[in-house]
Design a protein around this ligand. Structure first.
Ligand code: TTP
Ligand code: MG
Length: 419
């Protein structure tokens, strides 16, 4: 601890107390909730393990299954070699039932519902929560606790999650997001690690460089070639050398290794609009094909809005014509709706009004003027309150495995993207 710091002192000006919460073997923990007989057993959650199936991957493995070398993203065939399925072991005398495990298929809807329960508790226990994936969030608790009592706060949070929801969380607390994230991983499962402000450098120093935020396997091997093997080596590395090899990114990972991370915990924003578009390869002037695409895209956008519980008041299309002219047209409704058929109808009307003879490179559908307030729903039938709250936040991008996004609708060879 910092020599100047009084025990129990609140965070200093500008200094944050950040917690990172990450559930332990989350999908497996959820499966155990509804099937308690799986407690303490090696358990693999994934796809492709049923007879006749060959392709699939492990989503997660319980800590007992990890002892056998099974891990996330491993091919299911490899997992079955390391840890045969109990069902198979019972029937095959060559296999040992004691050295076999249980396999369960992925059930996202169920895991989402458990995740929601955990989130409610997180929001009750922090002023700012940033959810980054189905089982992971950052909490800013600067105004709620001091460094002296943050460990008690974290223990209580873990106990509340365990007793209310029935799953275990690991928690890391530190003055920065990146240190908190590393800390939550250090003592898994059921972990709790607090890194106080004066300890961040010494906490990071011995860690392997892969543990530094922003260092992937490729960067790690490039750093190792420069004899930089630990976060401490990276923190002490000559900035010019890093700049030469990696540019700005090199300086950024050096800052993270030194525990410098200025990012504030900010809540996830609500999107301003939702859209789907696709490039058109062959049939550039085929209006029936364009209309088909618009219907599919409209359905995809409307489904996405429903998943996000968003109502939309404006429905639009984008038609890109040669050379690269972007034409957007939109129609605003008297009030916010959640109506997939209407999205398709309006999109087609907008297209039919102007573009049936057009050569088209790209085509897309967008809904905007979004509202997320449940209270809006009450006004829908009467159409008597067209007011739409301002939604200023832009949807954040670039975070791994964002929560709850289902795959896009397949559309032949074309790639669906946002616009
Ligand atoms: P993680 O938090 O990375 O893993 P975990 O919760 O299973 O285990 P840990 O105790 O180490 O935190 O991911 C959360 C969930 O995301 C995980 O339960 C399953 C899913 N997932 C995948 O589907 N594929 C993957 O490759 C990974 C890493 C996770
Ligand atoms: Mg986890």
């Amino acid at each position: 601890m910092d020599a100047q710091r009084l025990p129990g002192a609140p965070a200093r000006d500008g200094e944050r107390i950040v917690a990172h919460v990450d559930m332990d073997c989350f999908y497996a923990a959820c499966e155990r909730l509804r099937e308690p007989a799986l407690d303490g057993e090696p358990l693999v959650v994934g796809m492709g393990f049923e007879p006749g199936e060959t392709i699939g991957a492990v989503a997660t493995a319980s800590y007992e299954a990890r002892e056998y070398g099974v891990e996330s993203a491993m091919a299911i065939s490899e997992a079955l070699e390391k840890l045969p399925r109990k069902l198979d072991a019972v029937e095959d005398p060559a296999l040992d039932v004691e050295e076999a495990g249980f396999y369960r298929p992925v059930d996202m809807a169920y895991y989402q519902s458990i995740s929601e329960e955990v989130r409610t508790i997180l929001h009750d226990n922090a002023d700012v929560v940033r959810e980054v994936s189905i089982d992971e969030a950052y909490l800013d608790v600067t105004d709620r606790v001091t460094w002296a009592d943050v460990a008690d706060w974290a223990r209580e949070l873990k106990a509340t999650i365990a007793s209310t929801v029935g799953v275990d969380a690991s928690v890391g607390v530190a003055p920065t997001m990146s240190a908190a994230k590393v800390a939550s991983d250090r003592d898994k499962p059921d972990g709790l690690v607090v890194v106080e402000p004066g300890e961040v450098r010494s906490f990071f120093d011995p860690l392997p460089i892969e543990d530094v935020h922003g260092v992937g396997p490729v960067t790690a091997s490039e750093l190792e070639a420069l004899d930089i093997e630990t976060a401490g080596d990276l923190a002490a590395a000559d900035p010019d050398v890093l700049d030469d090899h990696f540019g700005d990114r090199g300086l950024e990972i050096r800052r993270y290794a030194r525990g410098d991370d200025e990012r504030d915990v900010t809540p996830r924003g609500k999107p301003k609009s939702l859209s789907r578009e696709t490039a058109i390869g062959g049939q550039k002037e085929d209006s029936e094909y364009h209309r088909e695409l618009l219907s599919t895209l409209g359905e995809a956008v409307a489904n996405r809005a429903s998943r996000k519980e968003a109502f939309y008041q404006t429905i639009g299309i984008k038609v890109v014509t040669p050379p690269f002219d972007i034409n957007t047209r939109a129609h605003s409704l008297p009030g916010p709706v959640d109506d997939p058929a209407l999205v398709q109808e309006v999109a087609l009307d907008l297209y039919d009004a102007e573009f049936t003879d057009a050569t088209v490179r790209k085509i897309g559908v967008r809904v905007s003027n979004l509202s997320f307030d449940d209270a809006e729903q009450a006004n829908l039938t009467g159409w008597d309150d067209p007011s739409v709250p301002d939604v200023d936040d832009v949807e954040p991008i670039g975070e791994a495995r964002s929560t709850g996004e289902s795959p896009d609708l397949p559309l032949g060879q074309s790639r669906l993207t946002d616009f």
